[in-house]
Write a protein that binds this ligand. Structure first.
Ligand code: ARG
Length: 465
């Protein structure tokens, strides 16, 4: 039954049900470009070390490039019998070249081949996600710039806490994405070691040159243990985790903006073009894009979970279970890429409703902590200051007024250090200006951070002395 490349020892044709059950061509065909890149480098190395002739190498390389063109054109025939992308491409090469094509798989197994292909694919995908994350960072920096003077209520527990500059708010997401991009780079670095040459699990007796292949494919080096290599999918799990973190970050932002776009909050206006309506309620304008970004996080978490459970308990070295790594990995990348794209569109298109935000900024005692810190600066112990201001807030609540509305006598009665200087700390605008610490929402600090990000993202030239 030599129609299968492994058919030599088989006396029966593969059961159709087994073929249908075990195929991966329906999803691993998207590795074709990377498979051909890997095979081309492999063939060139085989010629270099004398396992095939220079002419055979030329034929193989040309054949592979024709196959690539055929797949790209949509004319390439895919069939279940050929199981996966690796066997499709090799069989097509043999169809073209006969015995010369039968030499390509020298010193190679599908086990190191598939690991190489998936790494090459994931490396490209990491670069795509990184570029999109950077685009989203730029969108947040631009939004920070657009809302330079706007003050927002900052929340903890979704309860009004302290005032923050809108620019500070937007830069928070730039920082989260920066950590995500760091993780991507780190994952890419660990991934970027060539598996090819591990062969099935033990290496090969043939005189291959793995470093040559590594260089040709842009890997930083070669893996050092063939058993480990044949079984290793750490890179798939790591990238799925990094993607999950990105999705988690986006989901928190999306949730916040869903809330902000409600009638109750009215902080945010989304363009009509980015919203959808209701089939029954004519007045509705729904933030579906934000909801879907939030919802798709579930898919990414699901992919990571699938991968974690997939490799659990697998003995060395390659096991067919590993074929199941591709769909969750592809889906995690596809989902996060799409979410990052749309997130940037939403950030670019959305406007904070400065009037509505400002109108209610005096609610919620956003200046209470500043007042407490004023007392600390006058030498009052923190716990005492906390208690005094807490008492004043209670008084305001019972009178239905702001801290700034209390008469001077009330302050003086609360504590002798609460003198005329208090006035300069009350009110949200004063409270924001009072911040000092590095990383705080102090206007000067935020300005510095905004400038730093513009330089880092290349939006403005670095100012050199
Ligand atoms: N389609 C397989 C996968 O994705 C390729 C490796 C198959 N190796 C094997 N020994 N059957 O994992």
């Amino acid at each position: 039954m030599a129609s299968k490349p492994w058919g030599g020892r088989f006396g029966e044709k593969t059961d159709r049900r087994v073929e249908e059950f075990s195929e991966s061509i329906s999803f691993d065909r998207r590795l074709f470009e990377h498979d051909i890149r890997g095979s081309t480098a492999h063939a060139e190395m085989l010629a270099l070390v004398g396992l095939i002739s220079a002419d055979e190498c030329r034929q193989i390389v040309r054949g592979l490039s024709e196959i690539r063109a055929e797949i790209e054109s949509g004319a390439f025939p895919f069939t279940l019998e050929r199981e996966d992308i690796h066997m499709h491409i090799e069989a097509a090469l043999i169809d073209r070249l006969g015995d010369v094509g039968r030499k390509l798989h020298t010193a190679r197994s599908r086990n190191d081949q598939v690991a190489t292909d998936v790494k090459l694919w994931a490396r490209d995908a990491i670069d795509r996600v990184d570029a999109r994350a950077e685009t989203l960072q730029r969108a947040f920096v631009a939004a920070a710039d657009r809302h330079r003077d706007l003050i927002l209520p900052g929340y903890t527990h979704l309860q009004r806490a302290q005032p923050v500059l809108a620019a500070h708010y937007f830069l928070a997401f730039v920082e989260k994405l920066a950590r995500d991009r760091d993780r991507l780079a780190d994952c890419r670095k660990r991934l970027n070691v060539l598996p090819l040459g591990a062969a099935a699990l033990a290496g090969t007796t043939l005189p291959i040159d793995r470093d040559h292949v590594a260089k040709a494919l842009g890997f930083d080096g070669v893996t050092a243990n063939s058993l480990d290599t044949s079984s290793d999918r750490d890179f798939a799990l790591e990238s799925a985790f990094v993607l999950t973190m990105i999705a988690e970050h986006l989901s928190g932002w999306a949730e916040e903006w869903v809330i902000w776009s409600t009638q109750e909050f009215s902080f945010l206006k989304l363009p009509d073009a980015l919203c959808t309506g209701s089939s029954i309620m004519p007045q509705k304008k729904n933030p579906d894009v934000l909801e879907l970004i939030r919802g798709r996080t579930a898919r990414v978490v699901g992919s990571l979970t699938t991968l974690l459970i997939l490799i659990k308990g697998l003995p060395l070295a390659y096991n067919r279970d590993l074929q199941e790594d591709k769909e969750p990995l592809f889906d995690a990348f596809d989902t996060v890429e799409a979410c990052l794209d749309l997130a940037a569109v939403v950030v670019d298109g959305a406007t904070l409703r400065a009037d509505r935000i400002a109108a209610r900024l005096d609610e919620g005692f956003l200046d209470a902590t500043t007042l407490m810190e004023y007392l600390i600066k006058q030498g009052v112990p923190q716990r005492t200051g906390h208690e005094i201001v807490g008492h004043l807030v209670g008084l305001c609540e019972s009178r239905g007024c702001r801290l700034a509305d209390l008469p001077a006598e009330e302050f003086a009665r609360a504590h002798p250090k609460l003198d005329a200087g208090v006035i300069g700390t009350l009110g949200v605008a004063n409270a924001v200006k009072a911040f000092r610490s590095y990383g705080s929402t102090a206007p000067a600090e935020v300005e510095k951070q905004l400038g730093r990000w513009k330089v880092l993202l290349g939006s403005i030239e670095e100012v050199r002395p």
